[in-house]
Write a protein that binds this ligand. Structure first.
Ligand code: ADP
Ligand code: MG
Length: 733
């Protein structure tokens, strides 16, 4: 399955949006973020610090300032990733940053303005243009799914019943990694279709947003595109490559605790932020490289992105910033996050011939339908030739399919005409009896009916076949190619330029690092004075660097303490809640009920949570719960065996043996006592009774009563019950 296995790091790019009107009016002029596009550096100024404090500098794969165009970001940073997906790699792009810094703008943008279209619409264009321009021996199948994670629940945005739908479960398979069970996936044949899918999902999201204030900035949205491509390999067999693309618009990264929420809202916020803090922990663990355990299982988001972070995928992270000074802390956190993510190493590989490729199933189904259809048509053609009096010859095997189809149609027409004529002839035949005529006409009618049915079945099959086939996109066919050569060239040039810029930047960054290292070696000093000056300068530089790093350490420590305090606060809240629940359980729930509930609990490692076992096992549910117990004769309601016996025995059955009347009634004439004991022991006599020391008549009679009762308890037949029941009132009297 794996073809090329190499390691590559997560690409991290940073984008800063322009100041908005509100920020321009209330903040001091200018932002706190400066960018060096050539070097890919972000320089952050602390608005609260004295001017002497050095500014913080971060280096990334690329940076985009307020004037950057959507197209530039796409061509430079996203296009290579989509190309990889089309070649069969897994790819992920995610936007991370504070609310209102342009995550959605970057991912989606303004759809109607070609200049402002974001990563997602550009990726749609890219994928379908690529397909239309690829060679004709390639077949493609494109599928799309859309989901959101809200309050740690995965919801399908393409489910028509989205609002009431159940949360979906995550599953893991060795082939595809982590996936969402029962997620809707739509086969898309064109840009228009995939855009419709996106719109449908966005509408479902918007509906949710009206229910819950600021829903969109608290939910993570994932748009998934699967591109399957089949191409004949050197061995003559068709090989399938599957590329999966995740386009992720994360929830706002700002701290919910900052907003001062408490109680229920705090818990909700903790849950919403859980995914993001888990993402942070995963990134830290991966970037650190030393800790063996990566906590992917801590949240739904990290499980879904498991492959994208440190696994089989190529990943681009777009960190978005706002330039306003009031958000300095958040901006710094985002930059630190992004800086850490740079160190994550992925192992992308081409997914070749996976077992679950849908394209293969489609191809098989199409081949099956085609064979069926051909068989039908050949049969019609064969019949026609028999009718025409032509012999069946093997030459026809090489005939064109179209011809076969035409002949088959002709056959149907001819056959219809023939039957019609025969019917006419029968009607016109004066020598036939009326009954005979009727019978023959009926027969012809039936034959015509059969013919029509056959034809309908063929049409149905053809329609199914065509629908199936149209879902597969064949390379070389112009799905949308309204682009002319000139435009193609232009695109190509733009890509080249983007590639050039990227390489240039990489080189610049490398040079900068090397410069610092070799500066010392290259320097030659003519005088001692000069050497002292140079060394002093260097010392100053290094000292400044040291200060920077010290400040950084201090910052990181502060940040750590702060997030720890927040976690402690949340933990305290939750502990209090837990104690309260325990109190209720201890004081208000009987221990046996508690045990019953505890016994039904099982841990589901897939879902990573405790679950209740159903009260009735699901498989035997149908047989067990099917019938309502039948009413006992004479009773309105169903009644248990125990209750029936209790009724039969009457009140206080314990004292029944002392009822003299009962003893009298039960008296039976005896044979001689000796005969009774020696020859035939009573068959249902219990050993304890046998060993009883007293064996006089009275006791034996009472025993006989016991036996009668015994037969009642052991038998469930209605007859004995009714008998006992009727005897009870007499006994009670
Ligand atoms: P987020 O999804 O991060 O919460 P949005 O994408 O909704 O933020 O952006 C907030 C606002 O900022 C929107 O009105 C958007 O048009 C604007 N905006 C964001 N980034 C840019 C940009 N690079 N250029 C121009 N406007 C932007
Ligand atoms: Mg958004």
């Amino acid at each position: 399955m794996s073809k090329t296995k190499s390691s590559e790091s997560v690409k991290v790019v940073v984008r800063c949006r322009p100041l908005n009107r509100k920020e321009e009016s209330n903040g001091p002029a200018g932002g706190i973020v400066q960018m060096d596009l050539r070097l890919g550096q972000v320089i952050l100024r602390n608005p609260r610090a004295p001017p002497s404090e050095p500014q913080k500098t971060f280096t990334f794969d690329a940076v985009y300032d307020a004037n950057s165009k959507q197209r530039d970001l796409y061509d430079e940073s996203v296009r290579p990733l989509i190309d990889s997906v089309l070649a069969g790699f897994n790819g992920t792009i995610f936007a991370y940053g504070q609310t209102g810094t342009g995550k959605t703008y970057t991912m989606q943008g303004a759809w109607l303005d070609p200049e402002k279209r974001g990563v997602i619409p550009n990726a749609f264009d890219h994928i379908f243009t690529h397909i239309s321009r690829s060679q004709s021996d390639k077949q493609y199948l494109v599928r799309a799914s859309y989901l959101e994670i809200y309050r740690e629940e995965v919801r399908d945005l393409l489910d028509p019943n989205h609002a009431n739908a159940r949360a979906l479960e995550l599953r893991e398979s060795p082939d595809t990694g982590v996936y969402v069970r029962d997620l809707t996936s739509c086969v898309c044949k064109s840009i228009k279709e995939i855009e419709e899918v996106m719109n449908m999902g966005n509408q479902a999201r918007a509906v949710g947003a009206t229910d819950m204030n600021e829903h969109s900035s608290r939910s993570h949205a994932l748009f998934l595109i699967t591109v399957e491509c089949s191409q004949p390999g050197p061995d003559g067999r068709k090989h399938i490559r599957v590329g999966r693309l995740n386009l992720v618009d994360l929830a706002g990264s700002e701290r919910q605790a900052k907003t001062g929420v408490q109680g229920e809202r705090l818990k909700e916020a903790a849950k919403i932020n859980l995914s993001l803090s888990a993402l942070g922990n995963v990134i830290s663990a991966l970037a650190d490289g030393r800790s063996g355990h990566v906590p992917y299982r801590d949240s739904k988001l990290t499980r879904l992105l498991q492959d994208s972070l440190g696994g089989n995928a190529k990943t681009v992270m777009v960190a978005t910033l706002g330039p306003a000074s009031q958000h300095y802390d958040e901006t710094l956190t985002t930059l630190r996050y992004a800086n850490r993510a740079k160190n994550i190493q992925n192992q992308p590989r081409v997914n070749e011939d996976p077992k679950d490729a849908l394209l293969r199933e489609f191809q098989k189904e199409i081949a099956r339908l085609r064979a069926q259809l051909n068989h039908r048509k050949w049969r019609s053609k064969q019949k026609k030739e028999q009718v025409d009096g032509e012999g069946w010859d093997d030459d026809t095997a090489g005939e064109e399919e179209e011809e076969v189809e035409k002949e088959a149609e002709e056959y149907v027409k001819q056959e219809e005409q023939r039957l019609e004529m025969e019917k006419e002839a029968i009607r016109g035949d004066r020598f036939l009896l009326a009954e005979e005529k009727q019978r023959l006409l009926g027969e012809k009618e039936r034959m015509m009916g059969d013919l029509r049915k056959e034809q309908e079945a063929t049409e149905h099959l053809t329609a199914k076949y065509k629908a199936m086939e149209s879902k597969l996109l064949v390379g070389g066919k112009n799905i949308m190619d309204h682009t002319n050569e000139q435009q193609k060239m232009l695109e190509l040039k733009r890509q080249e330029i983007a590639e050039q810029t990227r390489k240039e930047r990489e080189m610049q960054q490398q040079m900068l690092v090397q410069d610092e290292e070799t500066l010392e070696l290259r320097e030659t000093f003519t005088s001692l004075q000069q050497e002292v000056e140079a060394k002093t300068k260097k010392l100053k530089k290094l000292y400044a660097k040291l200060q920077c790093i010290k400040a950084e350490i201090q910052d990181v420590n502060d940040e750590h303490v702060r997030s720890r305090q927040e976690l402690e606060q949340t933990q305290n809240e939750l502990t209090r809640e837990l104690k309260f629940k325990y109190l209720i359980i201890e004081n208000f729930i009987p221990p046996e009920e508690k045990n019953k509930i505890m016994n039904r609990l099982t841990f589901d490692p897939e879902e990573d949570q405790w679950k209740f076992q159903p009260l009735v096992p699901t498989e035997s549910k149908s047989s067990q719960m099917k019938k309502r117990p039948a009413s006992a004769v004479g009773y309105k309601r169903p009644i248990s065996q125990y209750a029936r016996v209790a009724i039969a025995m009457g009140p206080h059955s314990r004292y029944r043996a002392e009822n003299i009347m009962f003893l009298e009634l039960d008296m039976t004439p005896l044979n001689t006592a000796s005969l009774d004991r020696s020859t035939e022991a009573e068959p249902n006599q219990s050993p304890s009774q046998d060993n009883s020391p007293t064996k006089d008549r009275g006791v034996r009679k009472s025993r006989s009563w016991c036996q009668t009762q015994k037969s009642i308890t052991s038998s469930s037949s209605n007859a004995s019950l009714v008998a006992c029941h009727t005897s009870t009132p007499t006994a009670a009297q």
